[in-house]
Structure formats: structure tokens, C-alpha cells
Write a protein that binds this ligand. Structure first.
Ligand SMILES: [Zn+2]
Length: 459
């Protein structure tokens, strides 16, 4: 299953790139680096609230890339109205065992915006510097799109096929919640993913070092989310008058009440398995507290810590417009992240803390989920890692945020996050998502491509 031909090309590229005196030769760049760089050069910034550059040109690039390698991609898009076209690309890649249910491997083409003045490089130039590819999307998630395309290239060129059919999906609008991407596809084009049973995408798959051992974090679940608006109403008018029903006071009281909720640690099947795995790698006693255990996970710790409990975080207060005017209404927004299955309980507790003076509306929500850390797909991930990185282990984890898998899951897909990223020591990969100077080490990208290819050949 390994691909020594391509592996040796990759290492040539890296020695050339790491040597500061050596020119970055186009010929020795691995295909995955070349294609990920091309993808970064399409500015697909998504500003939210329907404001976006759109995925049109990058979708055309991806479709042409797949067509050139014998696949038959389709492009689908909701009616754009006044805005830019928001296409998604799908292609079915035939495997050796068409009798097995296919796997959906998908990623989003949009990226969060970048402010060039804050960056060391042009965020959309796809610059290669210090052995890394820099740019918005280098980790989230044009890296994965590059690995998917370069896997097709590597296998088609060498006459190999995935074991089962692979449905490749390149989606629009994830960073704004997927209303024009995954949600729209789940509603209008479920046939595109109809018979798949596993959906593989972001955010897991990166490695952490625990007790001197490398652990690959396979994301097997996600927390849910709810965007909540609080509204307080009162009598408005001159601020010099006595007014007990002040909307600003009411909204402040509600926000303070919600901010003071002390959510308890609640372990799920996934977090329990993760904690057990870390305890045994780090040699910690069985009764070591969850927070203490997660401290062993290095740069991943802040993300993992948020999966121990539900959260209700106030993010916006919008009240008043003039010093001497009492406004009639005041608003606040709360970012709610319930543990899988806890949605109702968390919203009930939030309403209770908000009190009777405000109305609580859920503007949008997605339910969290957990997929099993067992079965043929998980076995294939483990076997692939055992082959390519024999000393390492695979641990499950829950994502503290949401991905397109939340929208696709009702179609009968078990969601997993595995963008294979073998992270060099000292490189804070999870800290790079959505960050200034987002970048990916070239050898991490190339090893990831080989891992994804091997996984698709095995599963
Ligand atoms: Zn992403």
C-alpha cells in the first residue's frame, strides 16, 4: 500500500527546500504541494451573512483537474440571486469493490477572510518559505482538498484504484454555516451522496506527542451549536425620568446570569476513550482529573478542554445609541455549544439564567453527534497508521465546533474528521486554523497525501 516511488520524490523535494541555498525548483515539488498552492491562490473568502467572493473559479479548476484524470465531475449551485455563484463539485471515483458502500470524502472550498496587513506574506499568493506553504486555507482546508486531488492524480497515473467507490465532494460556504453548501446539498441533492455510509472531512487527523509517543487524533464526533438572540424590551424616552423597566439593565442582567453558569464536566463515550488513551500514554493514574490529563496534549489542549462541558458564551451586546436616551429594546447574542445529546437541557438552563425579562430565540442550530470508534472505517485508519507510522497510536476525540458533517449526517452518514497531518515537534498546528500566517509544513502535506491515498486503497 505504500508508494515508495512518490515517497522518494517527496524527500528530494524537502531536502531541496530545507537547504536555504537551494532554489525552490518546480520540478521537485510534490503534486500535493503544487495543487494546494494553486487552490490557495483562488481567494474564496467567506465573510458570512451571504457576503463572499464565491467558489466559482476554484470549482472550475477542481472540475477540470478531475476531468483531466478521467473522472466525471458535476457542479451544482443554488440560485445565486444578486450574489456570487456558490457551486459545489462532486465526482464519483470508481473502486475495485463497487459492491461495498462508498465513502464520501469532502472538504470546503471557502476560507475565512484574511487581512493582508497583518500577514508576513500575501495570504493568497501561496508562497513557499522555510519549508512551508503559506496562505489562507493552508490548514483549513485547502490542504485536504489538495490531498484529495493529488491522491486521484497519484492513483490514476499509476493505474491504481481505491478499494471501494469514493464520492469526492468539494463544498461551498462552510465557514458561514453551509446554508449555500452542505445544508443546501442535503436538502436539494441528497442523491449525490445517497449510498455512502461514512463521511470523511475536517477537522481531526493531526498528531500530538504524549509521553514521547505520537498520537493521531481521529475526530469521531462534534459538539452541537445554537446561535441565540436575547431581546429585552422596556419603555423608552428621556433618560432623566424614573424607569424601572429599562431594556439595557434587563439585557445586562440576563447576559451576566448566562455568563455565570458554571457548566460541569460531563464525559461522553468519545471523551472518556480519549482520556483513557492519554492517561495510559502519559503514565497518569486512573483518577487523574480530566483537565490534568488533557494538559498532556500540548497545543491541542485548549480545543480538547472545550469538549469536557457544554458552553454558553455571550459574544455581542447591542443596546442604546445616545447618552440621554433610554432605548426601547436591547439585544445580545450567545454562542451555545452543547455536548452531543444535551441541546435541550442546555437551552433550558440558558432560559432559566436569562430570566423572564428577555425573550430567547434560537436563530440557527445544529445537533452534535458521536460516531463509533470502532468498525471497518476506524479499523482501516488504524491499520493505515500502523503501516505508515508504526510507533504511533490513534485516539478518538470530539470536536469543540461544527463542520459540514452536521448537515450531512441526517442522510445516514457517520461523520469522521481525519485530515492526516503528521505535525513536526514544536509546530502549533491547531493554533494555525483561522490564524494570521496560516501555513503547513511541506513534508506534513506530502505525508498526509500518502496517508490519505493508503487509507482509500485499504478501506
Ligand atoms: Zn474548515
Amino acid at each position: 500500500m505504500t508508494t515508495p516511488d512518490i515517497a522518494s520524490t517527496d524527500s528530494m523535494a524537502f531536502s531541496a527546500l530545507r537547504d536555504p541555498g537551494a532554489p525552490t525548483s518546480e520540478e521537485v515539488l510534490p503534486e500535493v504541494v503544487r495543487v494546494t498552492r494553486d487552490l490557495i491562490r483562488f481567494d474564496t473568502s467567506n465573510h458570512g451573512d451571504g457576503r463572499a467572493r464565491g467558489e466559482g473559479p476554484v470549482a472550475e479548476y477542481i472540475a477540470a483537474y478531475l476531468r483531466d484524470r478521467g473522472l466525471e465531475p458535476v457542479i451544482v449551485a443554488p440560485d445565486p440571486g444578486e450574489g456570487p455563484v456558490r457551486p459545489s463539485v462532486f465526482a464519483r471515483w470508481g473502486g475495485d469493490r463497487p459492491d461495498l458502500p462508498p465513502i464520501l470524502v469532502h472538504g470546503h472550498m471557502d476560507v475565512v477572510p484574511a487581512r493582508p496587513e497583518e500577514w508576513s506574506v500575501d495570504p493568497f499568493a501561496g508562497e513557499i518559505r522555510d519549508g512551508m506553504l503559506w496562505g489562507r486555507g493552508a490548514l483549513d482546508m485547502k490542504d485536504m482538498l489538495g490531498m484529495m486531488l493529488a491522491s486521484v492524480d497519484a492513483m490514476v497515473t499509476s493505474g491504481r484504484r481505491p478499494r471501494r467507490d469514493v464520492i469526492l465532494g468539494f463544498l461551498a460556504d462552510e465557514e458561514a454555516g453551509g446554508a449555500r453548501g452542505a445544508e443546501w446539498i442535503a436538502r436539494e441533492h441528497p442523491e449525490l451522496v445517497a449510498d455512502a455510509t461514512v463521511a470523511l472531512s475536517e477537522v481531526g487527523g493531526y498528531t500530538v506527542t504524549i509521553g514521547g509517543r505520537r498520537a493521531w487524533l481521529l475526530q469521531t464526533g462534534e459538539k452541537g451549536h445554537a446561535w441565540v438572540r436575547l431581546t429585552a424590551r422596556g419603555s423608552s424616552g428621556h433618560a432623566s425620568a424614573v424607569r424601572p423597566d429599562n431594556a439595557v439593565t434587563a439585557i445586562a442582567r440576563a447576559v451576566a446570569g448566562i455568563g455565570a453558569i458554571d457548566w460541569p464536566v460531563e464525559l461522553t463515550e468519545t471523551t472518556r476513550a480519549l482520556l483513557d488513551g492519554i492517561r495510559s500514554l502519559a503514565g497518569l493514574p486512573e483518577d487523574a482529573a480530566p483537565e490534568r490529563v488533557l494538559a498532556e496534549a500540548g497545543p491541542a489542549e485548549p480545543f480538547l478542554a472545550a469538549t469536557l462541558r457544554s458552553t454558553t458564551t455571550p459574544t455581542v451586546i447591542d443596546a442604546g445609541f445616545m447618552q440621554n436616551v433610554v432605548p426601547a429594546t436591547a439585544e445580545a447574542r450567545i454562542d451555545v455549544r452543547p455536548l452531543p445529546g444535551a441541546d435541550e437541557k442546555v437551552l433550558d438552563r440558558l432560559r432559566e439564567a436569562a430570566g423572564d425579562d428577555v425573550t430567547v430565540e434560537v436563530l440557527a442550530e445544529g445537533h452534535g453527534y458521536e460516531s463509533p470508534f470502532s468498525g471497518t472505517f476506524v479499523d482501516a485508519v488504524r491499520a493505515t497508521i500502523a503501516e505508515l507510522d508504526p510507533e504511533a497510536v490513534v485516539l478518538p476525540y470530539l470536536l469543540n465546533a461544527g463542520t459540514d458533517n452536521v448537515a450531512l449526517r441526517p442522510l445516514g452518514l457517520a461523520g469522521y474528521g481525519f485530515v492526516p497531518m503528521r505535525v513536526p515537534d514544536g509546530f502549533d498546528l491547531p493554533g494555525g486554523y483561522h490564524a494570521v500566517d496560516e501555513r503547513v509544513p511541506l513534508d506534513t502535506l506530502a505525508f498526509g497525501r500518502r496517508t490519505l491515498t493508503a487509507l482509500l486503497e485499504r478501506y
